[in-house]
Design a binder for this molecule. Structure first.
Ligand code: ADP
Ligand code: GLC
Length: 481
């Protein structure tokens, strides 16, 4: 089975969030199951060139805006499966992955080039698996292409939603330039007066998936449907929910090279050293008996910072340390700065994208990990936390609801703490509950071990993808969806 995975971010090349972790781990996990999976992404300026191999594919003919644009593609084996990086400096010699006025054009080109590449390699994929709005263009293009291009006649498409709120909206006047000016393509892009690459993908892909079962249900409701719930309800028979896995080669406290001391469920002593190291890094008193509550996230409203802001004072009053790593909206960065300035010995912050080492050091050194998200398609940090004996405190939404079980002291079951209502008071109550059990070391250790023994490896998820791919390959040929 040949699967071409397209993603705008892939670890270890380029990352803003969990999509990169997923796109970096899935190909390798699929390869472990005998699937010929290959990943394709743009070659951004920020990508470490030492990750690329010496083999280069020259002159891939990409049809673009009425001309053939010969495109160079680099190869790499850094993800444990073949990876191809599309070199188009006029679009990708950028300092960030997203955030440009012509993002739609950049990723439309990427989609076009990815399809041109597989054809140039004469590597006929059974499935083109696109992720999030940047790959919506590839989904709709394939629907049209297989009508007239025999090479793609038997290729099916899977479109995975990692976050429905990012819709790739742009001026519909640009549709013509991108090659989607005619109906039905044009109409399939249109959403509330703008063109949306996400909507085009959702309509045109043969099958859809998202990254947890709960989120697959939630996006069919007006509350979490971002204006597309009607479409997801209409296509619910083709919508699967597959929870992401964890790459335990990267996120494993027994072997993690980034942390001060390695540790395991059998021997947690190293975790104390990691805690001390973390306090030192953030210039806080090395008081190892006080709990550290941590958060690592993009600073966007999805992640629940509005709740944290409302109870910042009460969190400090519990006597806990608070450590936050995050990049994003200025209003949240300013809040973190003010909070730190008022209580520098208790609140440690790192504003910006820190790369991998600090994220690992926080996971290893903290006692609790907060994810009070308003919505969370899957969420990876709660699963990383569990493996590092760091107890997650989460809101019952999306993948957080599917992967975290609230601790039950009577049966000593559960791997974290989970609250339902999106209210600051509910979050504070849960933090207090968690702190109560933190003060009982035997019980706390039980909760840690419950989390550490969870198996969230990619193997199970990759098996589900393989099965889904097989089902999609067997779908009847169609040019309308
Ligand atoms: P999302 O994809 O919505 O951002 P996830 O929980 O799926 O949320 O994944 C977030 C990933 O990004 C994790 O690997 C996390 O460690 C990482 N991350 C988020 N913010 C930062 C940051 N500022 N610095 C370093 N890593 C970060
Ligand atoms: C998105 C979601 C996050 C998910 C990640 C990987 O960025 O916000 O919940 O874990 O994609 O699927």
């Amino acid at each position: 089975m040949r699967i071409a995975i397209l993603s705008s971010e892939v670890v270890p090349f380029a990352k803003t969030g969990g999509l990169a972790d997923v796109a970096g781990a899935l190909p390798k996990a699929l390869k472990g199951q005998g699937v010929d999976a290959r990943v394709i992404l743009p070659l951004y300026q920020q990508i470490d060139r030492s990750l690329l191999s010496t083999s280069i594919i020259e002159d891939v003919p990409v049809e673009w805006r009425g001309q053939i644009r010969p495109t160079r593609v680099y190869e790499s084996d850094a993800v444990g499966a073949p990876a191809y990086l599309i070199d188009a400096p006029e679009y990708f010699a950028t300092s960030s992955i997203y955030g440009y006025a012509n993002d739609h054009e950049r990723f439309a080109f990427f989609s076009r080039a990815a399809l041109a590449l597989v054809k140039h390699l004469d590597w006929q994929p059974g499935i083109v698996h696109g992720n999030d709005w940047p790959c919506g263009f590839a989904m709709i293009e394939l629907r049209a292409r297989r009508r007239y291009d025999d090479f793609f006649r038997n290729t099916r498409t899977l479109f995975s939603i990692h976050n429905l709120a990012y819709q790739g909206a742009f001026d519909p006047n640009d549709l013509w330039r991108l090659g989607f000016g005619e109906s039905p393509d044009k109409d399939d892009f249109m959403l509330k007066g703008v063109a949306s690459a996400l909507k085009a993908g959702l309509i045109s892909a043969d099958a859809l998936s998202t990254v947890s079962r709960r989120y697959a249900e939630e996006i069919q409701t007006p509350e979490h449907g971002s204006g597309l719930d009607w479409l997801l309800r209409a296509r619910r028979n083709r919508l699967a929910g597959i929870t992401n896995g964890v790459d335990y080669e990267i996120w494993n406290p027994e072997t993690d090279p980034h942390i001060a001391a390695n540790f395991s469920a059998a021997d947690l002593t190293g975790k104390r050293e990691c805690k001390q190291d973390l306090l030192r890094r953030f210039g806080m008193p090395e008081d190892l008996d006080r709990p550290i509550i941590a958060i690592i996230s993009r600073l966007v409203s999805q992640k629940g910072y509005d709740l944290i802001r409302q109870i910042a004072g009460a969190i400090v009053q519990t006597g806990s340390f608070f450590i936050a790593l995050g990049a994003g909206a200025k209003e949240y960065e300013d809040f973190l700065q003010r909070w730190h300035d008022s209580t520098p010995r208790q609140v440690g912050i790192y504003k910006g994208y820190a790369g991998e080492p600090l994220a690992h050091q926080i996971e290893a050194g903290a006692d609790m990990f907060l994810m009070p998200s308003y919505y969370e398609p899957c969420g990876l940090n709660q699963m990383y936390s569990m493996r590092y004996g760091t107890v997650p405190v989460v809101r019952a939404t999306g993948g957080l609801d599917d992967t975290v079980e609230d601790f039950d002291p009577a049966r000593e079951t559960g791997n974290g703490f989970k609250f339902r209502e999106y209210k600051a008071g509910a979050l504070l109550e849960k933090i207090r509950e968690a702190l109560y059990f933190y003060s009982k070391p035997d019980v706390w250790q039980k909760i840690q071990l419950n989390g550490m023994s969870m198996d969230n490896s990619w193997e199970a998820a990759a098996q589900k993808y393989t099965q889904l791919y097989q089902e999609i390959i067997e779908l009847p040929y169609r040019t309308d969806n």
